[in-house]
Design a protein around this ligand. Structure first.
Ligand SMILES: *Cc1c(COP(=O)(O)O)cnc(C)c1O
Length: 398
């Protein structure tokens, strides 16, 4: 004897046409909202229509990207093409010495990198910037890694003197150094070369350290801009161990996703083979989103290097014009070199809502992504300046 579980009715059931109407209204709302979006570093200027033919397939890259599994609707070879392409951009000299994967987000990349780091070292200490993305301290809590914040200078990049002091005070420990290429709030670039020199100077040798670069936005921007100083360039020519980026930021995909590249030796250390999958267990997630792999591949192949160069350079030029327009109206503005992130005093709640600005304390920022065109910038700066000159929002700016 058994009884069926009663599922309570919580509302009248919907007909097929009701459901269509609700979904259509949602899509209409998205079109309006997308046209005014300024606050997050999302490249909304993509066309994924050639991917719609896959919408009725479950595409699952189970297991290790280099091994695949025997679930046949998978795109592991496409995933490896994506990784190879990005390894070229990040200057991995010998790709066979590196490993990469497409994951759910920049956050997963950071978490997995810190896991690789923890397994590579004994009882390590994580040092990250005070302005690092919240996913780094969160990953440290999940992985139970001790973590310390390093203070930053006015640009938002790690202060080298403070870093040296911190490393010196912990010189007998193994150190995980997580640096940021394009901080979330100020678009600042930690100087990778001088941070590595700090480890060298204090005497934390390569076998007692692991360096991860969180390049969620700008690891896919700086490689495409000219004259970027070597120190801040996101490249494996620095003696770094891993680097991650988000797929839905500069690359431009219709779902959140991300890419992590790490030195293969670190991945080999954590890999265990799973006979049930006929694969190696080298990723955080078991089932992995093949649609995201196709979405990234579609962007990389269609834009190619010249497309990314045009997007990065044109966005940087518009960011500069954006900042100049505000400065002419005596608004204090921060725009870091080679960055797309324009920081200014927070405007009224009405403008914050309308343009979906991300705020922190009394600051707000706009990120000039490829879809943020001159028309949108002008509409926003006009509205901002009108408010600024009439009511003067808080002018305290640090
Ligand atoms: C956005 C961002 C992340 C997180 O990336 P998600 O893909 O949103 O998880 C990590 N670090 C920095 C610097 C970011 O700007």
């Amino acid at each position: 004897m058994y009884t069926t579980y009663e599922i309570p009715d919580y509302r009248p059931s919907l007909s097929g046409s009701d459901i269509d109407a609700i979904l259509n209204a949602l899509s209409q709302k998205f079109s309006e909202r997308r046209s005014k979006h300024l606050g997050y570093p999302y490249n909304l200027d993509f066309d994924a229509s050639s991917l719609s033919q896959f919408s009725n397939f479950l595409i699952n890259n189970l297991g290790d990207p280099y091994a695949g599994s025997h679930y046949a609707t998978e795109v592991c070879s496409t995933e490896r093409e994506v990784i190879d392409w990005i390894m070229r951009v990040w200057q991995c000299n010998d790709p066979s010495e590196y490993w990469g994967s497409v994951g759910t987000s920049g956050t997963e990349g950071n978490l997995w990198a810190l896991y690789l780091a923890r397994e590579a070292l004994s009882d390590p200490l994580l040092i990250h910037s005070a302005e690092a993305h919240y996913s780094l301290p969160k990953a440290a809590r999940i992985l139970q890694i001790d973590a310390l914040k390093c203070s930053v200078g006015g640009s938002g990049a790690i202060c080298n003197e403070s870093l040296k002091t911190l490393i010196h005070a912990n010189r007998h420990r193994s150190i995980i150094l997580a640096l940021t290429c394009g901080t979330t709030m100020k678009g600042a670039h930690d100087d990778i070369a001088s941070c590595i020199s700090a480890l060298d100077e204090v005497g934390v040798e390569p076998n007692r350290r692991f360096i991860h670069i969180d390049g969620a936005l700008n690891a896919m921007v700086l490689p495409f801009i000219e004259d970027v100083p070597f120190g801040i360039r996101p490249t494996f020519q620095h003696r770094i161990d891993s680097m991650s980026t988000s797929g839905h930021k500069m690359i431009g995909t219709p779902m959140p996703c991300g890419v992590l590249v790490a030195r293969r030796q670190h991945v080999n250390k954590v890999a265990s083979s799973v006979s049930y999958l006929r694969s190696d267990d080298t990723t955080l997630m078991g089932s992995r989103n093949g649609h995201a792999v196709l979405a990234i591949w579609n962007r990389l192949m269609r834009l190619d290097v010249p497309g990314f160069q045009a997007n990065a350079r044109n966005s940087a030029t518009r960011a500069q014009a954006f900042a100049d327009t505000l400065r002419i109206a005596a608004v204090p503005v921060l725009l870091n070199p080679f960055s797309l992130t324009v920081v200014f005093p927070k405007p009224s709640e009405r403008l914050v809502q309308e343009y979906q600005l991300a705020c922190h304390d009394n600051l707000a920022h706009a990120i000039v992504m490829p879809n943020v065109d001159t028309g949108l910038i002008n509409r926003f700066t006009n509205a901002y300046i009108t408010e600024w000159t009439s009511s003067s929002p808080e002018k305290a700016f640090s």
